[in-house]
Design a protein around this ligand. Structure first.
Ligand code: ATP
Ligand code: MG
Length: 417
């Protein structure tokens, strides 16, 4: 038996990286006022259709949609913004003039063609801010993300930024697109010919090379921006520049979801091959209304944890050693007598391991190395008789003998630094 196509087991070494990212996210984004929210893995299908848009690839091709025995139409969440918005509306989490920052992380499901960096169950970390239309919030939330990624020192990352406008200027741009692209209709793929009628903006997202060729000559959306939207975009750019964040303005970036208004952005990596997007996001001032809430401006992004982990692993950074202390015994009976001590040390916060087979010293030391133990505690004949333990620092190859009852306080001293 194997994992289903497009899914994988996260083995311990990789899971440690996931845990480190998730733990750091809670601490780091906590400083910006973000609180974690957890929503169900599935929702009513209509939420995603209304939220993400019925002409998007996600909704038309990628949803894990099923009917329950009771006849409900449900879908495994392909992303979480729609779910978070549903929760905000359902529980009245944002009152008038209030600001709410939510963080989420967890698995998402999309029925896609599996390939490197593209899975059917993958993981996202996301941030959403509700209740402010201020461009400072756009900039701050992007800055938080860049600062979060900073310690990973990922090379070749570029921030692509655009404004996709809103109801005041986008209709004019869409009318222009429809006209310009209808003229080259025959050169477009079947999907795009349909999109001409249903959702012309999605054409900019098409990955088909012949369709992409038709896009080169198009006017950018920036030619159509209203004065207000232009001002908003410039303010975001200025705030980002003020904190030293570099970005490229990409006038054809529209993102694969329908709900964006004004700011849209992506972080691309030169080190991920075809699947170059590490994350994406933007402003979505109309989404809450669209799913039945009161008008609430919002901004957010989602980061692909799997792709971030790939980048970190390519860097060759390996997580911290896992074991503080590894016990080595001359005889099995001495392990049995030490069982209570081992449990006590663990209760005091130390990671403690041993080899229950208690073989030769050599094989036990080998195991200690395999577990990357910082210290080994050796109890041989003379230590057993004198109720002492010989502690060996594995990195420095230094050793010393101390009384068993001093072990805990000694560990506290050396392992703290
Ligand atoms: P792509 O263009 O790669 O399909 P997307 O625009 O569909 O990405 P979003 O919906 O914006 O992606 O999701 C945000 C992030 O989640 C992506 O930038 C990516 O890192 C990650 N992601 C999306 N789909 C997958 C997947 N199938 N497998 C792994 N990671 C994914
Ligand atoms: Mg996609």
């Amino acid at each position: 038996m194997k994992t289903p196509k497009g899914t994988r087991d996260l083995l311990p070494e990789e899971t440690r990286l996931f845990q480190a990212i998730e733990q750091r996210a809670i601490d780091f984004f906590g400083r910006y006022g973000f609180q974690e929210i957890r929503t169900p893995l599935f929702e009513e299908t209509s939420l995603f259709i209304r939220g993400i848009g019925d002409e998007t690839d996600i909704v038309t091709k990628e949803m894990y949609r099923f009917q329950t025995k009771g006849g409900d139409d449900l879908t495994l969440r392909p992303e979480m913004t729609a779910s978070v918005c549903r929760a905000v509306v359902q529980h009245h989490l944002v009152g008038k003039d209030e600001l709410l920052r939510l963080l989420y992380m967890g698995p998402m499901f999309r029925y896609e063609r599996p390939q490197a960096g593209r899975y059917r169950q993958f993981h996202q970390l996301g941030a959403e801010v509700f209740g402010s239309a201020d461009p400072l919030i756009d900039a701050e939330t992007i800055q938080a993300l860049i600062a979060f990624l900073e310690p990973y020192q990922l090379p070749n990352l570029t921030l692509h930024l655009n404004s996709v406008g809103d109801e005041t200027d986008r209709p004019q741009y869409l009318a222009y697109l429809r006209e310009a692209l209808t003229a080259v209709r025959d050169q477009l793929c079947a999907d795009c010919q349909r999109r001409l009628e249903t959702n012309v903006l999605r054409l900019l997202d098409c990955k088909n090379p012949t369709c992409r060729q038709q896009l080169v000559a198009l006017k950018p959306i920036s030619d159509f921006w209203s004065a207000e939207n232009r001002q908003h975009f410039e303010a975001v750019c200025n705030y980002l520049a003020q904190v030293g964040i570099r970005f490229e303005i990409n006038p054809f970036l529209v993102r694969g979801l329908d709900y964006y208004t004004k700011t849209a952005f992506e972080l691309l990596s030169g080190d991920l091959g075809a699947q170059s997007a590490v994350m994406g996001g933007g402003r979505y001032d109309k989404l809450l209304e669209q799913i039945g809430g009161s008008p609430t401006p919002a901004f957010g992004w989602a980061l692909g944890i799997d792709r971030l982990v790939t980048l970190i692993r390519n860097q060759g950074t390996s997580p911290e050693p896992a074991t503080d202390l590894f016990f080595v015994f001359g005889e099995r009976a001495w392990l049995d007598e030490s069982f209570a001590l081992i449990c006590q040390l663990r209760a005091q916060g130390f990671s403690v391991l041993y080899d229950p087979r208690v073989g030769s010293f050599k094989s036990q030391m080998k195991r200690a190395n395999k577990h990357q133990a910082r210290l080994t505690a050796i109890i041989g004949e003379s230590e057993y008789q004198s109720k002492t333990v010989t502690l060996k620092d594995m990195a420095k190859s230094e050793q010393q003998t101390l009384a068993l009852d001093q072990l805990a306080s000694y560990l506290k001293e050396v392992l703290a630094c």
